[in-house]
Design a protein around this ligand. Structure first.
Ligand code: DN4
Ligand code: BGC
Ligand code: ZN
Ligand code: ZN
Length: 362
């Protein structure tokens, strides 16, 4: 055991500190140095104590935060999975339990909840100066030329998984337009955080007319990103209602029930609502009988989606490589700030122009 500089919380109560913390990182197949770790809504939810599903590792008084990371391999004692010293890798968040889905490599679809998530549920995360891991949980960055944006692999893998779920569910009817494309279909992404923008980019890839929305306007950084990528933003609290004709796909990253129901009511026949944002402390909202009729009479599907498997991390890396050419510097502009590990106030004060803030450990 030795002490390592780490960003700590006490889950599920919350709080955050940067301290030396005693950890056993010996005996791992691969030694890793985090270069960048991203901060997302889940980290802030844990710090605020609003995610009751988060918990410390068994027997530990603290949880090392961090599940979004780009790392360099500093040592590897095997050749497993082709991982060698000097490689850039993304460590996977979820670690399997013993259910059939976990055994099949799909712990993202764990059937009994007996899995763990680094930095979230019962396993120390990646916000520390170094750590060890098994090669089977590392995804190699095939083209290190993509640079810092590789840190977006982890949040993007959630989007790739959610679209896999969309692909499955949308097959229940003919969801495309008459040309077999999504060009006449409209999607709306609720929220304007990093996951929302990644969802919107994926929706554009599919060919949807893609809207992104919030209850307030955008500052210049986000507005420029919207312009450069071809998505459409609107402030749903204003009188402008571009969604008059209804949406075919709605993706929620807000976790706010009344906002979710607002967009559920705007779904067309065979519409799909993907729930993604989590906020255990959001106020309740009511669904009435006419909402239930709307869901049934229009064949609407409401689906939850969490996490992603190795295949989604690999897909995310392919998407980032392609988007780097497609969007150029706009993709890089998603990383809006780099801070030091000791700047822990970033967990409690979200900058209004933030798309993705990363902690620089190099
Ligand atoms: P984030 O940056 O906090 O994004 C949440 C977004 O929702 C912000 O842009 C909020 O706006 C916006 N929002 C909040 N309330 C409303 C509302 N009433 N109407 C419209 N927009 C609203 O977090 P993130 O992008 O990192 O993650 C999004 C959510 O997904 C978080 O709840 C995460 O915990 C969750 N998540 C789930 C998974 C999974 O299921 C993976 C990763 C994250 P503003 O007020 O801040 O401007 O696998
Ligand atoms: C992570 C997922 C995780 C989820 C738990 C997200 O921020 O990206 O891997 O399953 O939180 O809600
Ligand atoms: Zn996250
Ligand atoms: Zn399982």
């Amino acid at each position: 055991m030795a002490k390592y500089n780490s960003i700590l919380t006490n889950a599920p109560e919350g709080g955050v500190s940067y301290e030396k913390f005693e950890l056993d990182i010996s005996g791992f197949e691969v030694n890793l140095k985090p270069l960048l770790t991203g901060i997302c809504g889940t980290d802030r939810g844990i710090v605020y104590g609003s995610l009751p599903f988060a918990y410390n590792p068994h027997g530990s008084s603290r949880l090392v935060l961090g599940h979004e990371s780009l790392c360099r391999v500093t040592d590897a004692s095997s050749n497993n999975f082709g991982i060698k010293k000097g490689d850039y890798v993304i460590p996977m968040v979820r670690r399997p339990g013993k259910c059939l889905n976990c055994l099949a490599g799909r712990s993202d679809n764990c059937s009994d909840g007996d899995k763990h998530e680094a930095g979230i549920t019962g396993l120390h995360g990646f916000m520390r100066e170094e750590f060890g891991d098994s090669a089977e949980y590392l995804v190699k960055v095939p083209d290190p030329e993509i640079g810092d944006v590789a840190v977006l692999t982890e949040p993007l893998k959630n989007v790739c998984k959610a679209f896999e779920v969309f692909d499955t569910v949308s097959r229940k009817s003919i969801f495309t337009d008459s040309a077999g494309t999504y060009h006449e279909k409209k999607s709306v992404v609720v929220g304007t955080g990093s996951e929302a923008f990644l969802f919107a980019l994926k929706s554009i890839d599919y060919g949807f007319q893609t809207y992104i929305t919030n209850r307030h306007g955008l500052d210049d950084v986000k507005d420029e990103f919207v312009q450069k990528t071809g998505m459409n933003f609107y402030d749903y609290s204003s009188s402008v209602e571009p969604e008059k004709d209804g949406f075919d796909l709605a993706i929620d990253t807000s976790g706010d029930p009344s906002t979710i129901f607002r967009f559920l009511r705007k779904l067309n026949n065979n519409g799909i609502l993907v729930l993604f944002g989590t906020n255990g402390k959001a106020p309740p909202a009511n669904l009435d009988g006419s909402d239930i009729d709307h869901i049934i009479e229009r064949n609407i599907a409401v689906i939850g989606s969490v996490d992603g498997a190795r295949i989604h991390y690999e897909k995310a890396l392919q998407d980032l490589t392609r988007w780097r050419y497609q969007y150029g510097s706009a993709l890089q502009s998603m990383i809006t700030d780099k801070v030091s590990p000791e700047d822990t106030q970033i967990f409690t004060k979200k900058p209004s122009d933030e798309i993705k803030t990363v902690i620089d450990w190099s």
